[in-house]
Write a protein that binds this ligand. Structure first.
Ligand SMILES: *Cc1c(COP(=O)(O)O)cnc(C)c1O
Length: 236
């Protein structure tokens, strides 16, 4: 991807988010863009940063650490871990990321809490929820969400910010909105149950369902392909 292509695709992603927010009757700053840079080189992240993008999402710990080392000079960059997280990788994530979106088990949350360095601010976290039932194996079920949230809220080195979902792909707007609406509803329920918690984040919406997600209240949309192009050279 050339510099011009990236600058055009990033501009069009920003326009797309702005249009979706306007169409939903929401303020222009009600949702922000997370640039999902998995499998993409550090040089492309640096270009996006030069174009004003500050938040980046990564799925694979080792790959992310390599890129972070190359980009250590970028002041104010915010790294979000959005991939499946195994227990043996929690220390690296606790030490090198600002956010984790993919918490689905208490054991992982406890490890992140225990391993988060005191020199850093608390780790901002979202719980990944399975809103697609049988169609998805990842994410905590809606039934178990409240007890996981309660456990995470008791961990001082984590700050529970909200919920994340990766719904099963769907073609039309109505079927895209259905699981996203469930996530919104689940967040509203948690807010009522835990009014003191800073639950302000709905991490949902990807390149194929951004408009549906913004209509359902997304505050952080995770765009990969729409910004960086397809991932044909994935090494995963
Ligand atoms: C890859 C990925 C994205 C971005 O997907 P695109 O369809 O390329 O926009 C968003 N969220 C998660 C969790 C991902 O793994």
């Amino acid at each position: 991807m050339t510099d011009t292509m990236l600058s055009e695709s990033l501009a069009s992603a920003r326009r797309r988010l702005a249009d979706a927010l306007a169409a939903a009757g929401r303020p222009a700053d009600a949702a922000r863009l997370l640039a999902v840079s998995k499998t993409k080189p550090a040089s492309l992240i640096r270009q996006a940063w030069e174009l004003g993008q500050r938040e980046f999402g990564e799925n694979y710990v080792q790959e992310a650490l390599e890129k972070q080392a190359e980009l250590a000079d970028l002041d104010g960059i915010i790294w979000h871990f959005i991939g499946p997280l195994q227990a043996n990788k929690t220390r690296a994530v606790a030490e090198h990321f600002g956010w984790v979106h993919s918490i689905e088990r208490e054991k992982i949350a406890r490890r992140l809490n225990d391993q988060r360095p005191d020199t850093l601010e608390p780790l901002q976290v979202c719980l990944q929820v399975n809103v697609s039932g049988e169609a998805s194996k990842s994410g905590v079920s809606l039934d178990e969400l409240e007890s996981l949230a309660e456990a995470v809220l008791s961990l001082p080195r984590l700050r529970l910010r909200g919920l994340m979902a990766i719904p099963a792909p769907a073609e039309d707007m109505a079927s895209q909105r259905e699981p996203l609406g469930k996530l919104r509803h689940a967040l509203e329920t948690l807010r009522q149950r835990f009014p003191q918690a800073p639950l302000d984040t709905l991490s949902m919406g990807m390149s194929d369902d951004l408009e549906a997600a913004v209509l359902e209240g997304a505050t952080l949309v995770r765009l990969g392909t729409a910004i960086f192009g397809t991932r044909e050279n994935s090494r995963h």
